[in-house]
Design a protein around this ligand. Structure first.
Ligand code: SF4
Length: 449
């Protein structure tokens, strides 16, 4: 039994988590993201990914998740020590005694019995996952400005064609300076033992224990392994919820094939990303044709067997110029198809930090905040908007108001603004890109940098 009805998150933590230990987190046992192209995994999105040894996987496919590192972190959590990689949660908890960190949210989705079992298991035991996100490879036809070559083959092509980005002082991890060959260990057409291990585990145990499988990329519709998996779903009666992250910009035949495949799956959730409109969206998400994307949204709503449809908005400095118009369009879809078709989340971009909304000067950011406030005031009583969506919008409005500098002061913002200009001057070398023509409201400020 997960969280009890009416129980607060704090009460849940005190009832289920605290008696186990001061650092227990169910995600360490039952959740994973696995990048099969690079052979890496992590428990949730906060700890950095780590390598899965190929020799371990060849001997035991469950090693894709049950790595020596995760096992030793489970042992730490069983006795109340804090794994260093989970710093994100410890920072939140150390703000104050009752602060609720993500480990509570990521634990409460599992049953009390399963959590008790995890806590009592010997730490060296293999565990079968309940929630899993996987990427087969990084094949993608988009090269969005906030993505990088580790996740997009179009970004790799761009770097190979135009060269590495230079002089980005705040890009400490060098996202834009090389092709990230280690993200794709095996060429297309080559057998990838990590992928083979996944299918082996999937067919033996995983499809029985997993409650939710989410496929990400790259663009999963462009990966042959996605269709291999979808074929499995067509042939088997399963309760596993299948979720797909798609940019919905793939060729018509792939979108149509996905729609057909959705009809053979009981519980199919589709996630897509966008946060702006028209040429501005096409600028941010290089490779996108806005009208094609919007048509595909409608096509899927009309013809797909979709049980959940979610827009993931990555809130960056550039999308604020048309975010309110974008939300109008989302609201129209909701009015036509129902409050949850689609839902949206507003995820404030933190990295690359020079693309964060906080890079904008006060007067521009304030103007955007006021527009969002107006949208909120006009629409907050609309019953097609979920409480979660209104909360996220309010959180963004507050963020644009209160959080003035990304880190510790004006000097930092000065560096980020310089990187913003340096990045988009280089990005503008791509065909059809012109920053000042696409964002006239930002042109004076941009030219002054
Ligand atoms: S403790 Fe926090 S960072 Fe670590 S796995 Fe759990 S949710 Fe993620």
């Amino acid at each position: 039994m997960p969280k009890l009805h009416n129980e607060t998150d704090l009460e849940y933590k005190q009832r289920v988590i605290d008696p186990k230990s001061a650092s227990f987190c169910g995600a360490k046992w039952y959740n994973a993201t696995i990048w099969l192209g690079s052979g890496q995994t992590t428990s949730c999105h906060h700890p950095l990914p780590h390598k899965v040894e190929i020799t371990d996987v060849l001997a035991n496919p469950k090693a894709l998740h049950n790595t020596p590192k995760k096992k030793s972190e489970r042992a730490q959590m069983q006795c109340g020590e804090r794994p260093a990689g989970c710093e994100y949660c410890w920072k939140i908890e150390d703000i104050g005694r009752d602060n609720i960190s993500d480990r509570v949210y990521k634990t409460k989705i599992y049953s009390d019995e399963d959590l008790n079992r995890a806590h009592d298991l010997p730490s060296e035991a293999d565990v079968d996952l309940q929630t899993l996100e996987i990427a087969f490879d990084r094949t993608c036809q988009f090269a969005c400005s906030y993505c990088n070559p580790a996740f997009s083959s179009a970004w790799v092509r761009d770097i190979n064609q135009h060269g590495a980005y230079v002089d980005l002082e705040s890009d400490g991890r060098n996202h834009f300076t090389h092709a990230h060959d280690s993200s794709q260990l095996y060429k297309l057409g080559e057998i990838n033992p990590y992928v083979e291990a996944f299918f082996q585990w999937w067919e033996s145990d995983l499809h029985r224990t997993l409650k939710e499988l989410r496929l990400t990329g790259g663009e999963p519709l462009m990966s042959g392994d996605t269709w291999r998996l979808l074929d499995w779903f067509q042939k088997h009666d399963t309760a596993v919820q299948f979720a797909l992250n798609s940019n919905l910009g793939a060729k018509d035949d792939l979108i149509d094939r996905m729609i057909v495949a959705s009809k053979g799956i009981k519980n199919f959730h589709l996630y897509t990303s966008n946060e702006a409109v028209g040429p501005q969206a096409e600028y941010i998400r290089d490779g996108m044709d806005w009208q094609v994307w919007a048509n595909n949204v409608e096509k899927v709503l009309q013809s797909g067997n979709i049980t959940g449809f979610h827009m993931m908005c990555t809130i960056n400095a550039l999308c604020l110029d048309s975010l309110d118009t974008f939300l109008d369009i989302v609201l129209q879809w909701k009015q036509e198809w129902g409050a949850s078709f689609p839902t949206f989340t507003l995820n404030i971009l933190r990295f690359p930090s020079f693309q964060s909304p906080l890079v904008l000067p006060d007067h521009i950011r304030t103007g955007y905040r006021q527009r969002l406030q107006t949208w909120y005031d006009q629409n907050h009583t609309n019953n097609h908007l979920h409480e979660m969506e209104l909360n996220q919008l309010q959180r963004l409005i507050d963020y644009l108001d209160v959080v003035k500098t990304p880190h510790a002061g004006a000097a930092e913002q000065h560096i980020l603004q310089r990187d913003f200009k340096r990045f988009y001057s280089q990005y503008d070398q791509r065909p059809g890109k012109n920053f000042t023509e696409t964002f006239p409201a930002l042109a004076d400020w941009y030219n002054s940098l």
